[in-house]
Design a protein around this ligand. Structure first.
Ligand code: SF4
Length: 363
């Protein structure tokens, strides 16, 4: 396989034959990490203004969100997904912004679940949401074929939740969404809590208590320096170990084996069989070594890391009439050159980088 450097005006033909992996072989990046997950951001809009992701002072009423015409259509998204499954993707996660704000998202889900991997396995299609629209949409998402949902919930206390999400939505709205998702079979529901030391860390034990014996999997996420607008500060990071110590002191825990290489959360179960939790430690224990995730932005750029500064344009090729083979070559070429490992090199130098916003590319 010859290395080809390209830019947004790449002419598809030259590129194709150089990059495709041997059939059945995983597509490896420059650190020999196989492509496994594709996270697709379907909108840069959200009805929350979480302070660690979309601070209102930046994303205020005058903020220019992407015009609809810039967004990839459902057909274009499915083309990229189909090509990606041919290159090894086994799992697709729909994100945003808030993906349930994208009109008729059920239609996209129904199109995606019809895809299968080269060995005929069904593609796993999941979605991450803030839960505000979930109670209303859960049945339709399930009927469309969605496998599971992950719901963000950073506190049980309404006032703290308002401070974290900078919204007037109540915790009960999100909890109703979680219950309805479980009722219709979008389970196990994963619940993600971002922990900001000195702000909502007092909610760790109430959240753990609330979801014990629920069948849902609560995951605690270290506060990350995503994007360039959330005022991140290492002093506000409560490490995964500290979070585990707090929970373990109240409810003894045992480690659980990872489900597959590249699984984001380290897994723990309650010793009294009250269920499972996860810890996501991008800051204190980076997991770049097994990172198998590519990210597609709403307007069709491929990003290779959550902390990337720039993406690779796929839309130009798609709208220029490139074939699936062209697209596969482009995608494979981009991935095969991937060398990202931001969390392993986080420090003074990386702090100066202008990074993409998580509200645009999804978590
Ligand atoms: S920092 Fe980038 S390379 Fe590392 S795990 Fe996160 S997304 Fe993957």
């Amino acid at each position: 396989m010859s290395k080809v450097i390209f830019h947004t005006d790449a002419r598809p033909v030259d590129f194709i034959r150089a990059a495709l992996p041997v059939a059945g072989e995983p597509l490896l990046d420059a650190r020999r990490r196989p492509l496994h997950d594709l996270r697709i951001s379907v909108t840069d809009r959200c009805n929350f203004r979480c302070t660690y992701c979309m601070p209102r002072e930046i994303f205020g009423s005058n903020y220019q969100f992407m015009p609809h015409s810039d967004l990839l259509s459902f057909e274009e998204i499915v083309r990229v997904a189909r090509v990606a499954t041919g290159l090894g993707v086994k799992k697709i996660r729909l994100t945003g912004g808030e993906p349930l704000l994208r009109k008729n998202i059920e239609t996209l889900i129904a199109m995606l679940v019809r895809l299968s991997t080269p060995d005929g396995q069904p593609l796993e299609v999941t979605l991450t949401t803030n839960g505000t629209l979930l109670a209303k949409k859960a049945q339709a998402l399930k009927d469309a074929g969605l496998n599971r949902v992950t719901v963000s919930l950073d506190a049980l206390d309404d006032r703290m939740f308002e401070r974290m999400s900078d919204s007037r939505i109540s915790v009960s709205t999100v909890l109703r969404g979680i219950d309805e998702a479980a009722r219709v079979g979008l389970a196990p529901v994963k619940v993600n809590m971002v922990v900001r030391k000195g702000l909502n860390d007092g909610q760790i034990l109430p959240m753990a208590s609330r979801f014990r014996h629920s069948g849902h999997i609560l995951r605690f996420i270290e506060f990350m320096d995503v994007g360039s607008t959330n005022g991140w500060n290492l002093q506000e990071v409560l490490s995964g170990t500290e979070i585990l110590d707090r929970i373990g002191a109240a409810f003894p825990l045992e480690p659980v084996q990872a489900g597959y290489r590249g699984e984001v959360a380290s897994r723990w179960r309650y010793a009294d069989n009250a269920g499972e939790i996860g810890i996501i430690t991008s800051v204190s224990q980076p997991f770049c070594g097994d990172c198998s995730r590519a990210r597609l932005s709403p307007e069709g750029k491929l990003f290779l890391c959550l902390f990337a500064s720039r993406g690779h344009d796929l839309r130009t090729l798609i709208r220029a009439g490139g074939s699936d083979a062209d697209l596969a070559g482009l995608f494979a070429g981009i991935w095969s050159q991937r060398n990202d490992h931001y969390s392993e090199i986080r420090g003074r130098e990386t702090a100066k980088q202008q990074k993409i916003e998580m509200s645009y590319i999804g978590g």
